[in-house]
Design a protein around this ligand. Sequence first.
Ligand SMILES: [Zn+2]
Length: 111
Amino acid sequence: MTAIPKRFRVAVEERADGKCEGCGRIAPLELHHRRFRSRGGKHTVSNLVALCGWGNHTGCHGKAHSADPPEGWAISQYGKYDDELVPFQAVEGLVWLTADGRRVLVGDTPF
Ligand SMILES: [Zn+2]
């Protein structure tokens, strides 16, 4: 398994600004692959979110790996869309995660 390229890690951490992208809590954050690595998920800015919690067990990271994750937190391996085109339920609402590291509310145009 390859490591997340530093520039992508930095872009996601800057987007999160120290707060969990799922709940807004200021907490130690882990990068989560929305399309899991086991489902072919890539280390891209639009596929990664910074979530509170530990591993696949606690906090929002645990929720992302639960049986009933919020929208866009666990992308089906069968989805035909790019990760960039799957909205994510963020703390401020449903957003697009753009390839250039922004969260854009669905309804606003990201492109
Ligand atoms: Zn959280």
